[in-house]
Design a protein around this ligand. Structure first.
Ligand SMILES: Nc1ncnc2c1ncn2[C@@H]1O[C@H](COP(=O)(O)OP(=O)(O)OP(=O)(O)O)[C@@H](O)[C@H]1O
Ligand SMILES: [Mg+2]
Length: 349
């Protein structure tokens, strides 16, 4: 009887996974789709590639349009979970009172009109795979407690239900808000923040990676135009001078606009929005690499050290002795640094 139940339960899970795939719970993009060579950007990407090999929670930080969505998909597709569901949910787009049942599902009779047998939430749908919690800063405080419990206990309880259902899900969260400030003002729980922040990846705004603009223009132009790719110098220069508040999404839209307005689909300054042409920002055509070593801020050095530490521990499957050897530092130093950064190596296995 018990074995029968397990088989049925397995069958239900398999069906849920299939359903998840058909309702758009798929990640199409991979690291090959991510364009950019500036140093700060490449550091985040290298870190993401290392992090993909672990099961640790990841927090993606960056302004709107900097590529958090695409990166979450790439991480999933580079992880051992790639054949299982990828479920994305935008915490800011669902009415607050529905977030709990969307994420955790509900039990039969949980509320008037609840489906017979209840309903699975996104966490159950993502079982075996990855859940992408976009706009995590918008998550109501009471649900933050719930989410923290899920991350710690690896079980969920449906709304109105009593049973703890085991789940195996990797969490990737993203925000374009300043979460640290939200913690300071009491809008975001610090315990959840530290739990999610084990691996945090910063996606720099496009204005800080001007050197990547020419290759991004080429990349998007080739998506809208089949002929020979020619990028006029004045066109490129204007785009390199602009400040891109909407980041890469805005750049993609501008190229699409130019191509669709241009009768022969050639890129021409005439088809750029007048406001964009007018911008008179000094041109720094130098690659948006980094500041010189002497100018590096302490934060950058600390970030780079933390990233190297995490990447090495992940690539050594949590083995501190091997990580220390790779980094050329003593084991005790690794432990001391882990403590200083508040990292639990167990989270990186
Ligand atoms: N490095 C990149 N290379 C190629 N395309 C990119 C890159 N970064 C972003 N894009 C493209 O730019 C668009 C916006 O990216 P994405 O949706 O990932 O941004 P986001 O950070 O999630 O923004 P938001 O905060 O508004 O949700 C997408 O079409 C994405 O494919
Ligand atoms: Mg997004």
């Amino acid at each position: 009887m018990r074995l029968g139940c397990i088989i049925i339960f397995d069958e239900i899970r398999r069906t849920q996974r299939m359903v998840a795939r058909y309702v758009g719970a798929t990640a199409r993009l991979t690291f090959d789709d991510i364009i950019g060579k500036s140093a700060a950007f490449r550091r985040s990407i290298a870190m993401a590639q290392a992090a993909a090999r672990s099961d640790a929670s990841i927090l993606l930080l960056g302004e709107s349009g900097t590529g958090k969505d695409i990166l979450a998909q790439a991480i999933h597709n580079a992880s051992s979970r790639r054949d299982n569901p990828y479920v994305a949910i935008n915490c800011g787009a669902i009415p607050k009172e529905l977030v709990a049942s969307e994420l955790f599902g509900y039990a039969e009779g949980a509320f008037t009109g609840a489906k017979r047998g209840g309903s699975a939430g996104k966490f159950e749908m993502a079982d075996g795979g990855t859940i992408f919690l976009d706009e995590i800063g918008e998550m109501p405080l009471d649900l933050q407690v719930h989410l923290l419990r899920v991350l710690e206990n690896r079980t969920i309880t449906r709304v109105g239900g009593a049973e703890a259902i085991p789940i195996n899900v990797r969490v990737i969260a993203a925000t374009n808000a300043d979460l640290k400030e939200a913690v300071d003002t009491g809008l975001f729980r610090s315990d959840l923040y530290y739990r999610l922040n084990v691996i945090s990846l910063n996606l720099p705004p496009l204005r800080e990676r001007i050197g990547d603009i020419p290759m991004l223009i080429r990349h998007f132009y080739s998506q809208y135009f089949d002929g020979q790719i020619v990028i006029p110098e004045d066109y490129e220069e204007i785009l390199c001078r602009y400040s891109w508040p909407g980041n890469i999404r805005e750049l993609r839209n501008i190229i699409e606009r130019t191509v669709s307005l241009s009768p022969d689909k050639r890129l021409r300054v005439d088809y750029l929005p007048p406001d964009l042409v007018k911008t008179k920002k000094p041109v720094h055509k130098a690659p948006a690499s980094e500041t010189s070593p002497g100018q590096k801020s302490i934060t950058t050095v600390r970030d780079a050290e933390k990233e190297a530490l995490i990447a090495s521990i992940i690539s050594n499957q949590g083995n501190i002795t091997k990580a220390a050897k790779d980094l050329g530092i003593a084991r005790v130093t690794v432990y001391r640094k882990l403590k200083a950064y508040g990292i639990d190596p167990e989270d990186l296995k």
